[in-house]
Design a protein around this ligand. Structure first.
Ligand code: NAD
Length: 271
């Protein structure tokens, strides 16, 4: 991955959902390091969002925190309106917000199913739709980017790896795959690119309980041929590159960033 070059995304406006913690923070900082001005979305954690903004500003960048629950249509629309009023337009949207509410299948409540689908899948639909509307309205600005807009969905290895005890989460990520691919197909004529990043295990609050003892960390590493947990900055750097014109011919793809988790590591010793 190229070292940060503030010209790569210069004069571009990016919006990152769930940028008050974890991967979203690293993506917001990564895009800013490459020159984008960044809208830092958060749902509840205002302090986290303000600290992302402060870190970007301390590094010489520009950022604005906006509160919105991505599962609520009116809040998503108000966020895009505020962002566009403030910065003039948007060129890059990273739909990153996501949650887990784990349960065995037979005990999963409708509320647990619905909440995860609402945030992880409907939230991405709402953000992608507002992004597409703005990208189409404005069209290509050739001096800024070859594309009218760039969409990056934060998916997961669980868009392809089934996950017992997490059927709501796995279903939401499988849904994101077809959402992203169908959007990419429909919007390519408008010069809009849509892609996903499929992280494996990245060290963030969402999976703290899966690696908070040495035994759990060791068990997790048996699933990762590259033998390390990922760093949020790995994902931030990839998002910056994927949003740049260096990736202009890539659309409709999921790039897995997983240290080999999707390589069926159980077969490494001949099954
Ligand atoms: P995280 O818990 O630190 O971040 C999740 C973010 O989503 C938080 O900022 C949270 O405030 C936000 N969010 C939750 N509900 C929201 C709502 N209703 N509206 C707006 N924002 C909301 O965890 P993370 O690991 O940084 O997760 C980020 C994304 O990466 C998620 O989509 C997750 O599924 C995905 N992912 C993470 C991993 C991993 O190993 N960490 C692996 C694969 C995929």
């Amino acid at each position: 991955m190229a070292t940060p070059d503030p010209r790569r995304l210069a004069n571009q406006i990016a919006l990152v959902t769930g940028a008050s913690s974890g991967i979203g923070v690293a993506v917001a900082k990564g895009l800013a390091a490459h020159g984008a001005k960044v809208v830092v979305n958060y749902a509840h954690d205002e302090e986290g969002a303000n600290s992302t903004v402060a870190a970007i500003e301390a590094a010489g960048g520009t950022a604005l925190a906006i509160k919105a629950d991505v599962s609520q249509e009116a809040e998503v629309q108000a966020m895009f309106k505020q962002a566009i009023e403030h910065f003039g337009t948007i060129h890059i949207v990273v739909a990153n917000s996501g949650i887990q509410q784990d349960s065995s299948f037979v005990d999963m409540t409708l509320a647990q199913w619905q909440k995860v689908i609402d945030v992880n899948l409907t939230g991405q639909f709402l953000c992608l739709r507002e992004a597409a509307r703005e990208f189409i309205r404005r069209g290509v600005q050739p001096e800024i980017s070859r594309a009218a807009g760039k969409i990056i969905c934060m998916s997961s290895v669980h868009e392809v790896i089934p996950w017992a005890g997490h059927v709501n989460y796995a279903a939401s990520k499988g849904g994101i795959m077809q959402l992203m691919k169908s959007v990419a197909q429909e919007l390519a004529p408008h010069k809009i690119r849509a892609n996903s990043i499929g992280p494996g295990a990245i060290a963030t609050p969402i999976n703290l309980t899966a690696r908070d003892t040495p035994e759990e960390e060791k068990a997790l590493l048996t699933l990762i041929p590259y033998n390390r947990v990922g760093d949020p900055d790995d994902v931030g750097n990839l998002a910056a590159w994927l949003a740049s014109d260096e990736a202009d011919y890539i659309t409709g793809q999921t790039i897995f960033m997983d240290g080999g988790m999707t390589l069926y590591p159980g077969f490494a010793d001949n099954g």
